[in-house]
Design a protein around this ligand. Sequence first.
Ligand code: GLY
Length: 424
Amino acid sequence: MKILVVGSGGREHAICWRFAESSKVKKIYCSPGNDGMSQIAKTLDIAVNDFEKLANFVKANNVDFTFVGPEIPLSLGIVDYFQQQNLKILGPSKSASKLESSKIYSKKFMQKYNIPTAQYENFSNINDALQFLKNRGKNEKIVVKADGLASGKGVYVCNGKEDAKNAVKHLMVDKILGDAGNNVIIEEYIDGPEFSYLAFTDGMSYSMMPVLQDHKRVDDNDQGLNTGGMGAYAPALLATTEVNKKVEDIVIKTISGIKAEKLDYTGVLYVGVVLNKFSPYVLEFNCRFGDPETQAVLPLLDTDLTDICTAILNKKLFNMKINWKNDFSVCVVLTSGGYPGNFKKGLEIKGLEKICDKNTILFHSGTKFRDGKFITAGGRVLGITSTADSMQSAIAKVYANVGLVRFENMHYRTDIAWRAINGK
Ligand code: GLY
C-alpha cells in the first residue's frame, strides 16, 4: 500500500510511525511532514490547503488512500475535493467538520441530539454579548469561546463578568483571533476533570480508543497559558467504567446525529469531556486525532492501522475487532521556552541519539535537519512517549528519556500523568 498523511506535527509523525509498522505498507508520504519523520515517510513540499497539488500527487503516484491529520484542511473541504476526484480519503467532509470548526454549530447539534453540554448563548453582535454579561455575577466563572477554529486558543475561562467582557472585546473588537471571533459563545462553567475520548468511525459505527487525559496548560499544576497540549497519557483510569459507558452513549447519539443530518464522516471523532459529579458534559467535538493524544494512544494500538482504515473506507467498521495493549502510555511534549508566546527557533537539539529504549518513541513536531543536526523549528518541538506495564513505570521511563535531550530554553511539564497517580 501507498499512503499519504496530510499534516506536519507530532500527531502526523505518530500516524506515519503506526502505518510504517504494517507489513502491508510499501510507501508513506507525508505532506508537508517534518525532517524528523524522514526515515519512515517521504516528505512533500505541498501545503495542507493545496488540494489540487495533493490530489495530483496522489494520482501520479498511485497512492491507495489519504489520511488527514489537522483540522484546517478538513474545515476547508479536502475530503469533498478528493472524493470529487474519486480518491480515497479518511476524514469528515467540510459540512461534517463544522462539528469542530463552528462551536455554535456543534452546540446546536448537541442540543438537537440531546447530548449533555453546558448552557450557552451565542452572539454575533458585541452589544448583545455585553448586555447579556451585565446580568451575570461579579465573581461568577463564565466561559467565553470563539466560534471558529483557534488552535486551542479560543476558550477563555473568566473570573466574573468584567473578565468575560474583556474576553468578548478581545475576540470581537481587537479580533485577536481574526474571523474566528466574529461570533462568540458565552457559556456556564462546569468544574471537573477533563478527558479526551477518541473513536474510530465510518459514520455508521464506531470503535472507542482507550480514554486519555491531555495537559493543556504550559506549566506544572495546570498553571500558565493554554497550549495545544503539553503531554497526554492513556488509559486515564480516573474515568470509571460507568463514566466510559455514559460517554459511549454520547458517541452513539453523536453518530446517530451524524447519520440523521446526512453528514459524510469517516476517520476519528474526538469528544472532549468534563466530568462533573460523575456526569460527563461535552466541551467540544474535534473531527480528527488529538495532538498530543495521538502520540500517547497509537503506541497502545495492537491492530494494523491499515486494516482499520480499510474497514472505515469500506464502511465495515462494525465487522472489525480493534485490539489495544494492556499497557500504560505517557507522552511528554518538549517545547521552545516562551511557547505559546514568542520563542527562538534554530537551536541545536542534542542527545536524540541516546533515546534507544525499545518502549520509548521519539516523535518530532517542530524540528529541522540542518548541517547534520536537528534544530528547533516550532513551539512544540518533540514528543517522547514511553509505554510500560504500570503507569508509574511509564512515567519513570518517559522522564528518564526526557532527561537525555536538551536544547537552549527547553521547556516541559514535570507532572504529566500526575492525576493518574494522585487520583484527582
Ligand atoms: N490536544 C487537544 C487537541 O488536539 O485538540
